[in-house]
Design a protein around this ligand. Structure first.
Ligand SMILES: Cc1cc2nc3c(=O)[nH]c(=O)nc-3n(C[C@H](O)[C@H](O)[C@H](O)COP(=O)(O)OP(=O)(O)OC[C@H]3O[C@@H](n4cnc5c(N)ncnc54)[C@H](O)[C@@H]3O)c2cc1C
Length: 298
């Protein structure tokens, strides 16, 4: 059995108190949210914080606030809250879908959106959807606050631009333009409790329901050290009239935009094939949703 090493535990009641504690700990402290990643890693011995600073009692991190079509999601909002929120489902169904596929109900009830982002797993479920939606994260430090696009947040597996002592407080998802649709599909060996072998989040915006594509975002997950855009596929879609042939062409370009590895969950060649299939499927659904086609609805 893997045992937890000894550590101190603090439950600050406000953000300034949490930031002051982290600053005093000079890199030896670690934020804990749901603990579903951190505790596992501490048991494995891959991280050894001297003190855990819990965000459980910090005010203002548990709300989902909507304004003019945009959402501000507190970092301590759980994955269940996101999966079950009518507000999220109606404004950003892609995000709701990515949350409902994360782990099991037990994990979703504890796991937070902030933890899912900061842990920076290449196969994490929420970042691809959030990147496709153009989300930004707010990072608060002791005396220094900044906003960073999630697109530029990840620097490699397990690493990001967040600095020791900083807390991710909020995720801001901007309002989607009219005639926008999206989809998220995660492929795993099992329907539940499965880390993605490949996942794809796509979003399309049309200039009018039967018009051309004015914005295209395709984010691939589990096929590179971080979630990545299928850049050449996105370019190929811009300014074009949607069609199955166009989406098939974009999907084959997306295959060249990723660099999958072979591991116990899937071979690189299989992953490339699945990128092709999932990009096509997500684009078709995104288009139906954007054009208001009956049965679309991302
Ligand atoms: C059985 C099992 C199945 C899982 N399945 C999936 C899955 O299908 N998909 C998936 O994406 N993940 C999965 N996970 C991983 C995990 O549940 C998620 O990544 C979860 O969202 C992490 O959130 P948390 O609140 O538990 O983070 P924690 O474990 O508390 O923290 C994770 C990391 O983020 C840091 N951190 C947390 N919050 C903040 C913050 N606000 N500011 C700064 N740093 C912070 C912590 O210091 C730590 O380094 C699974 C885990 C388990 C154990």
């Amino acid at each position: 059995m893997l045992l937890l090493p000894k550590f101190d535990y603090e439950e600050p009641k406000s953000l300034p108190e949490a930031l002051a504690m982290l600053s005093e700990l000079r890199g030896k402290g670690r934020v804990i949210a749901g603990g579903t990643d951190l505790i596992v890693n501490m048991k494995k011995g891959t991280v050894k914080p001297a003190c855990l600073v819990s965000l459980k009692k910090v005010d203002g991190l548990r709300e989902i606030v909507g304004e003019n079509g945009a959402l501000a999601i507190g970092s301590h909002v759980t994955v269940s809250q996101i999966a079950e929120s009518d507000q999220v489902a109606s404004a950003f169904p892609v995000l709701a879908r990515s949350a409902s596929g994360l782990g099991s109900p037990l994990i979703r009830n504890r796991a937070t959106i902030g933890g899912n982002i900061v842990t920076a797993r290449p196969a994490a479920d929420l970042p691809p959807a959030l990147i496709a939606l153009g989300a930004q994260v707010e990072l608060r430090g002791n005396g220094k606050d900044r906003k960073v696009p999630l697109d530029g947040f990840f620097t490699g597996p397990g690493s990001s631009v967040i600095e020791p002592g900083e807390v991710l407080t909020e995720i801001i998802v901007p309002a989607a333009p009219p005639f926008t649709g999206g989809d998220y599909i995660k492929l795993g060996h099992r329907a539940a409790l499965e880390i993605a072998i490949v996942a794809v989040a796509s979003r399309l915006t049309l200039d009018k329901p039967d018009g051309v594509i004015v914005d295209a975002r395709i984010v691939l997950s589990s096929v590179a050290p971080t979630a990545v855009h299928a850049v050449s596929a996105e370019k190929a879609l811009m300014g074009q009239r949607p069609s199955e042939e166009l989406f098939a062409g974009a999907a084959s370009l997306a295959v060249a935009d990723c660099s999958p590895i072979t591991d116990i969950r899937g071979g690189a060649e299989y992953r490339r094939d699945m990128v092709n299939t999932l990009v096509k499927r997500t684009l078709l659904k995104a288009y139906h949703d954007a054009a208001g086609v009956k049965g679309g609805g991302a």
